[in-house]
Design a protein around this ligand. Structure first.
Ligand SMILES: [Zn+2]
Length: 283
């Protein structure tokens, strides 16, 4: 078969320009593919169908601001319980604390142009952990906060705050630890008792048995932690806001005022994590 001369010789200027444009297009496409592969950790599949204006890269542990990611930052808010799954039922119901705090934090982030909050589930609906993590990943979340509250059926004395970042040895453990420390430091400054020394701990499952270790134990373990801190393609922290079996914790950290205090602390910790200036407190 005889080939057209023009196809290979690129004699005309126009053909040359077109070809350069095509080559540049291919190069850009290749570069985009290489980048997509390098930012996507093994074992997790990101989605190309995220709705939020995720302008930056996946979150890098350490310094999101310096990694080139630009606001608005996408922050996934996970109410730890919903629908039929009401969580602990003590002096107040865990579900109400989760949803109320998420609602208040959502409002704070939504009114700050640096953030794009994303719910992992609508209020009142059951969603599996897998689905909630997938919702965060589909929305290109750069940080995830899962809100729970503790209970101790054996004694009313147990009280205080603790949180669980993505554990050591995982892709996003460093960023998650930094976020966890920002939260716990602020909880401590607000007068909350920090459990486990600094309020940050790791949780692991041996079968169905849960093992909790303090954050000083940074040994890398193969046992899985909570699904909501293992599955997201970004740093994730699960907080236990207070003990719903302790009257003082309930007075301080639940209800409209208590959840608002906690939401403000989470908001300021998110701002510290991404290096933005928090909006002035309405209170
Ligand atoms: Zn819970």
């Amino acid at each position: 078969m005889r080939k057209q001369r023009g196809v290979y010789s690129l004699r005309s200027t126009r053909a040359r320009v077109l070809c350069c444009a095509a080559l540049c297009g291919v190069a850009l496409l290749l570069a985009a593919c290489v980048r997509a592969v390098t930012v996507e950790p093994a074992g997790f599949s990101g989605s190309a169908y995220g709705q939020p204006p995720a302008s930056g890269t996946s979150d890098m542990p350490g310094s999101p601001g310096a990694s080139g990611a630009q606001p608005p930052y996408v922050v996934a808010l996970d109410a730890g319980h919903g629908g039929f799954d009401t969580g602990a039922d003590a002096l107040v119901q865990e579900l109400s604390v989760c949803e109320q705090t998420v609602d208040l934090l959502y409002a704070l982030l939504d009114s700050d142009p640096n953030y794009f909050p994303l719910r992992t589930r609508p209020n009142g609906e059951d969603r599996s952990i897998k689905d909630r993590a997938q919702t965060a990943n589909d929305g290109n979340a750069q940080l995830l906060l899962s809100i729970h509250a503790n209970s101790d059926v054996t004694t009313q004395q147990s009280h205080g705050f603790e949180c669980f970042p993505t554990p050591p040895g995982r892709t996003h453990s460093e960023g998650a630890m930094r976020f966890a420390l920002y939260i716990a430091d602020r909880m401590g400054s607000a007068g909350h008792r920090l459990r486990g020394g600094n309020g940050v701990r790791f949780a692991y499952y041996n079968g169905k048995e849960k093992q909790i270790v303090d954050s000083t134990d940074d040994k890398v373990r193969t046992q899985r932690s909570f699904g909501i801190v293992e599955r997201p393609d970004c740093p994730a922290v699960l907080v236990e806001q207070c003990f719903l079996t302790n009257p003082d914790d309930v007075a301080q950290w639940t209800g409209e005022a208590g959840c608002a205090r906690a939401a403000r602390i989470y908001y300021e910790a998110i701002c510290a994590y991404f290096g933005t200036q928090p909006a002035a407190s309405a209170a």
